[in-house]
Design a protein around this ligand. Structure first.
Ligand SMILES: CC(=O)SCCNC(=O)CCNC(=O)[C@H](O)C(C)(C)COP(=O)(O)OP(=O)(O)OC[C@H]1O[C@@H](n2cnc3c(N)ncnc32)[C@H](O)[C@@H]1OP(=O)(O)O
Ligand SMILES: O=C(O)C1=N[C@H](C(=O)O)CCC1
Length: 185
């Protein structure tokens, strides 16, 4: 199986995994690295140097710039907006080594229209609500919302909110505290 590129999609990277689909008006630049079985939806943009793991969803209009890494099974909702320059100036042309990196850990989800300020790390299975503006690291399994995004609750691997005993009432998965975040057991 090879990647599927819609006749009106533009995939210029040679590092795209089997089973990945690049839909109409999506653009994957040369040097972007995209894993297997990803879904790059209409109008998405994946820049040189961006890295997507396997089974990543990039919904419509989402912009993944140089310096951004999304691990396996990350979900990026529509119009998610990454950044890679904290103090941009048009007259300063910065190379990739001068830009900030951003890391989205395995299984995390970013809701529609979330903005991610660069230099941050979003933990495993964390969940940023629609419209969240992420300005700081987000712990694993944290649910954050608002501008600036603040911790509201904790969420399960399945996406449901966790009760105080950290055992999911939907799927039964138990979680324990692990550093600033949680870990499923
Ligand atoms: C094509 C497609 O649709 S692709 C899929 C894209 N989907 C999305 O982007 C939807 C993502 N989902 C969300 O943003 C939802 O708001 C969720 C799942 C994060 C939260 O939903 P719920 O669990 O119903 O949250 P709930 O209503 O209990 O809210 C919890 C708290 O967070 C706040 N909150 C929830 N969502 C948001 C938000 N998007 N922005 C700001 N605050 C929010 C609530 O006001 C509440 O705050 P409070 O405790 O101070 O009163
Ligand atoms: O099957 C999908 O997934 C499709 N995704 C594209 C999108 O969401 O932009 C459109 C075609 C089918």
């Amino acid at each position: 199986m090879t990647p599927y590129v819609h006749p009106r999609g533009l995939c210029e990277s040679e590092d795209v995994g089997d089973g990945t689909r690049v839909w109409a008006f999506a653009h994957v630049l040369p040097g972007a690295k995209v894993g297997r079985d990803c879904n790059i939806c209409d109008g998405a943009f994946v820049e040189t140097g961006a890295v997507l793991g396997d089974r990543v969803t990039v919904k419509n209009g989402t912009l993944v710039f140089t310096g951004v890494t999304c691990e396996d099974e990350v979900f990026l909702g529509p119009n998610v907006l990454f950044t890679n320059d904290l103090r941009p100036r048009a007259h300063l042309r910065k190379g990739p080594e001068e830009l900030y990196t951003t890391l989205v850990r395995r299984g995390a989800s970013l809701g529609a229209g979330a903005v991610v300020v660069c230099g941050t790390e979003i933990g495993e299975y964390a969940f940023a609500a629609a419209g969240a503006v992420v300005t700081a690291n987000v712990p694993a399994h944290a649910f954050v919302a608002g501008n600036p995004a603040r911790l509201k609750a904790w969420v399960c691997v399945c996406g449901e909110r966790l009760p105080a005993d950290l055992r999911c009432t939907e799927c039964g998965t138990r979680h324990v505290q692990d550093g600033p975040g949680l870990r499923a057991t």
